[in-house]
Design a protein. Structure first.
Length: 220
């Protein structure tokens, strides 16, 4: 079980094997130089068909109880620890400010020249609600519930490459800075985001096959 600590505080805890391997390479979801990067969310009343962040509906097999990034109950795998002495919504200035911040975030994602195409058929309001609930369920001490699909399943049909993921992460960082999010919250939020990188991106042959590049190879 890997944990992330800063100044004696536990910010996250992880039993995911890929994240443990990253830690073994000297990387950390809390390290700004890490190769890992990514987003999150929770259930919402409407269904969204696409999006880089989680869609605002739960899969049929998703239990209503809080779940971690891999889709298992929050008591195992990725989860926030109750020892983290803050509530993320309170720390950013309340529910209205959190919603305004996530609206600014998704406004930028939808309009971005590099990754905006991922959101062409998405329900922005559902994504905003889903992202807020996801973050609230995984950061801080008084978490809400997240009943949406596991991260990997929610993104498995999307041809997300490293550059796409990094671009989204950079936009998130800029929005958190623009809204003057406290440093300890920003650090934990970005760490959670980076920890999802390997769950959603396509790499190597898998990426080429899914994007249709294989048919242009002369040896095929």
């Amino acid at each position: 079980m890997a944990t992330g600590r800063r100044d004696g505080r536990v910010l996250w805890k992880c039993s995911d094997s890929s994240s443990r391997r990253a830690l073994g390479r000297g990387e950390s979801p809390l390290d700004g130089r890490s190769r890992v990067a990514g987003p999150g969310a929770a259930s919402a009343p409407r269904r969204s068909s696409h999006g880089l962040a989680l869609r605002g509906h739960a899969d049929d097999d998703a239990a209503p109880a809080r779940r971690n990034l891999t889709g298992t109950p929050a008591r195992s795998g990725w989860r926030s620890l109750m020892s983290t002495p803050w509530d993320v919504i309170e720390e950013v200035g309340g529910a209205e400010r959190m919603e305004a911040m996530m609206r600014a975030f998704y406004d930028r994602l939808f309009d971005d020249l590099m990754i905006g195409f991922f959101f062409m058929k998405s329900d922005k309001e559902a994504l905003i609600a889903s992202q807020i609930a996801f973050v609230h369920a995984h950061l801080g001490s008084r978490q809400g519930d997240y009943a949406g699909p596991p991260i990997r399943r929610a993104h498995q049909q999307m041809p997300i490459l490293v550059g796409h993921f990094d671009r989204r992460h950079q936009i998130l960082r800029e929005v958190l800075d623009a809204f003057s999010v406290p440093e300890h919250v920003k650090e934990a939020w970005l760490g959670l985001d980076r920890a999802m990188r390997d769950m959603v991106i396509r790499q190597g042959d898998q990426a080429r096959e899914e994007l249709g590049y294989a048919k242009f190879r002369p040896d095929r």
